[in-house]
Design a protein around this ligand. Structure first.
Ligand code: PMP
Length: 360
């Protein structure tokens, strides 16, 4: 039996994709070996790789002037790669601080650039808000503006794309990419670790405008230099072939779901169902301002924290797993990525109602 797994990542993958992986695992399309066991430069894998890229380009309507890179090192690797490629040692870079992941990105920029300006800081609301779009303290001539489109731990998601007056906009989209349509042309660069909405861990997708490629500062490690990676089709060294292959299957699955419009409608419905159940319960609460509540990561607390352990073990017994909040904040968190079916959210809401009735 497959459980409804609410993990924030690595997260649920579509069961159809897992079944296809299983069916193709030992003998990929009659080749006599799995796709993991062949050269990344061979015909078979090259076809898999370029098919994945074209599907992603189609799903996100990525303009030609952008390169799509399939890298390693996680989103955390990009926290460093971005300042190394986009800023000089004496550049000013702007960061919007909306929570745990923005802070980590900012910390790398502080190590690697002359001046990392905090252009917005939501600590006063305990990171339950996003900044007012007109109140960003941006630096004229900054090398770029960085923000975290969705804070996976805090459950805060930007309902707007920041306006930067021509300065390249860089976004960490790890936990929101592919959850709804996106205007790629508004961004200089966007990046995401794969392990939430793309595929298995180990792959990092970077979508970057060509004008930002080729300016890495001296000393940038070759695997983090966008120019070298773009020139080599992300095969400067051995890429994470299995994760890349599975990502391609996930992209094809998304296309069959009606693309990002179709997926967005389902994601909105899933999130609304859960937030309504929380808000109407008088027992559960979510601290995030209604205008910027995440569709993907829904943190919530119980009226009596001493019931947390019972909540988690009873949920687990019903096949509702990985609901514990991040270790830094406690409470609960339900992640509702693309692969979580509506039936999973319905089962969670039914369990939550029944638990609150018994303990409320
Ligand atoms: N940014 C966000 C928004 C994340 O959710 C995560 C991982 N949960 C990271 C960055 C770090 O990603 P990785 O583990 O791939 O380095």
């Amino acid at each position: 039996m497959r459980v409804f797994n609410f993990s924030a990542g690595p997260a649920m993958l579509p069961v159809e994709v897992l079944e296809q992986v299983r069916d193709e695992l030992t003998d990929w399309r009659g080749s006599g070996s799995s796709i993991m066991e062949v050269s990344h430069r061979g015909k078979a894998f090259m076809a898999v790789a370029s098919e994945a890229e074209s599907l992603l380009r189609e799903l996100l309507a990525i303009p030609k002037a952008y390169k799509v890179l399939f890298l390693q090192g996680g989103a955390t690797g990009q926290f460093a790669a971005i300042p190394l490629n986009l800023a000089r040692a004496d550049s000013t870079v702007d960061y919007l601080n909306t929570g745990a992941w923005s802070k980590k990105a900012l910390a790398e920029a502080q190590r690697l650039t002359g001046r990392a300006n905090v252009a917005a800081d939501e600590s006063a609301s305990r990171y339950t808000t996003v900044p007012d779009p007109t109140a960003l303290r941006l630096t004229a001539g900054a090398a770029y503006v960085h923000y975290t489109a969705n804070e996976t731990i805090g459950g805060v998601e930007f309902p707007y794309t920041p306006e930067t007056g021509g300065v390249p906009l860089v976004s960490d989209m790890s936990s929101t990419i592919l959850s709804r349509p996106l205007e790629v042309q508004r961004f200089g660069l966007l990046y995401a670790g794969a392990q939430k909405n793309i595929g298995p861990a180990g792959l990092t997708v970077v979508i970057v405008h060509e004008s930002l490629i080729g300016h890495a500062r001296p000393g940038t490690p070759a695997v983090f230099d966008y120019a070298g990676m773009a020139a080599e089709g992300s095969m400067l060294n051995t890429p994470p072939t299995f994760a890349w292959y599975v990502a391609g299957l996930v992209f094809a699955w998304l296309k069959r779901q009606g693309g990002l419009e179709g997926v967005a409608a389902r994601n909105r419905a899933k999130a609304q169902l859960l937030y309504r159940a929380i808000d109407e319960s008088g027992f559960y609460s979510n601290p995030v301002a209604p205008g910027c509540r995440s569709w993907m990561n829904v943190p919530f607390t119980l009226a009596r924290p001493e019931l947390d352990a019972a909540f988690l073990s009873e949920a687990q017994a019903q096949g509702l797993t990985a609901l514990a909040g991040h270790r830094s904040v406690g409470g609960m968190r339900a992640s509702l990525y693309n692969a979580m079916p509506l039936a999973g959210v319905e089962a969670l809401v039914a369990f939550m109602k029944e638990f609150a009735r018994r303990h409320g």
